[in-house]
Design a protein around this ligand. Sequence first.
Ligand SMILES: C[S@@+](CC[C@H](N)C(=O)[O-])C[C@H]1O[C@@H](n2cnc3c(N)ncnc32)[C@H](O)[C@@H]1O
Length: 250
Amino acid sequence: MNQAATPICAAFNRQAAAYGHQAQLQRAVAWRLARHIARLPLPTGPQADLGAGTGLLGQALKQLAPRLHLLQLDGSPALLACNPLHPRQVWNLDAGLPAALQHSALLTSSFSLQWLNQPGPRLQHWARSLATDGWLVLAVPVQGSFPQWHQAAAQAGVACTALPLPSADELIAAAATELELVHCRKLWFSRHYGPGGLAFLRHLRQLGAASSSQPSLSPGQWRRLLQCWPSTSRVSWQILLLIGRRTPHR
Ligand SMILES: C[S@@+](CC[C@H](N)C(=O)[O-])C[C@H]1O[C@@H](n2cnc3c(N)ncnc32)[C@H](O)[C@@H]1O
C-alpha cells in the first residue's frame, strides 16, 4: 500500500463480506464492459483493473477473454482478500498509478473513479499512462444519478447527502484531450430496492458505499427525507461508459 487506507476504503473494508451479494448492478456492468474488452485489439504491455475490489470485471473477463490477466489494484485490502484473481496489489489511486503501469496496454475501471479526489485529472493521468494503441475502458456513475433522492431532499428542505458525482460532460472532455473516444454513452439503470428510500440507503451502507463528503443529517432530517421519498421502490443510476484508445499522435 502506498498510504494508509482512505476513510472511503476503510468503509469498503468493513462491508467486504457483504459486497458480492449487494453488488448486482456492478456485476451487470462488469459483464457489459467485459464484452467490449474481449473484442479490443490490445498492444503488448501491462493490464490493470483500477479499483478492482472483489474482481467482478476480472472474473467476467476470465470467461470471455481468458488470455487477459489484469493486475487487481484497490485501496481496500479486505475487498482484495475476497478477490480470487492474481496478481493483486493494495494501492491508493489518489496517489497516481504504480510505476509498473507506465505504457499500459489496458486500464479498466468500473464504479471506482467517482470515489477519487479529482476524477477528471485522475482519468487524464490514467489515459497518459497508456502505451500507444493502449485502451482505457471505464464505467462510472455520474451527476444525474439518484433523482429520487435529490427530489426527496429538495421537497424535505434538507441537504442531499449523496456522494457528489462527477459530471459526465467534464469526464468526456478530460478523456478526449488524451484519447480517441470510440465508445461513449450515458446509460440509465433503474433498480428496485424496496419501498420508501430506506431500503436503498441500507443497500448503499451494506455495499460499503455510503461514504460522503457531506455532513450527515440529524435523525429528524432523515425522517423528513424519508417521508418525502417518492412512493416508487425504484432508484435510478446514470452510468457513463467510455472506451478510448491512445492514438500515436497523442
Ligand atoms: C463500488 S466499488 C467497485 C469495485 C469493482 N470495480 C466493482 O465493480 O465491483 C469501489 C472500489 O473503489 C475502491 N476505492 C475507492 N477509493 C479508492 C482509492 N483511493 N484507491 C484505491 N481504491 C479505491 C474501493 O476500495 C472499492 O473497491
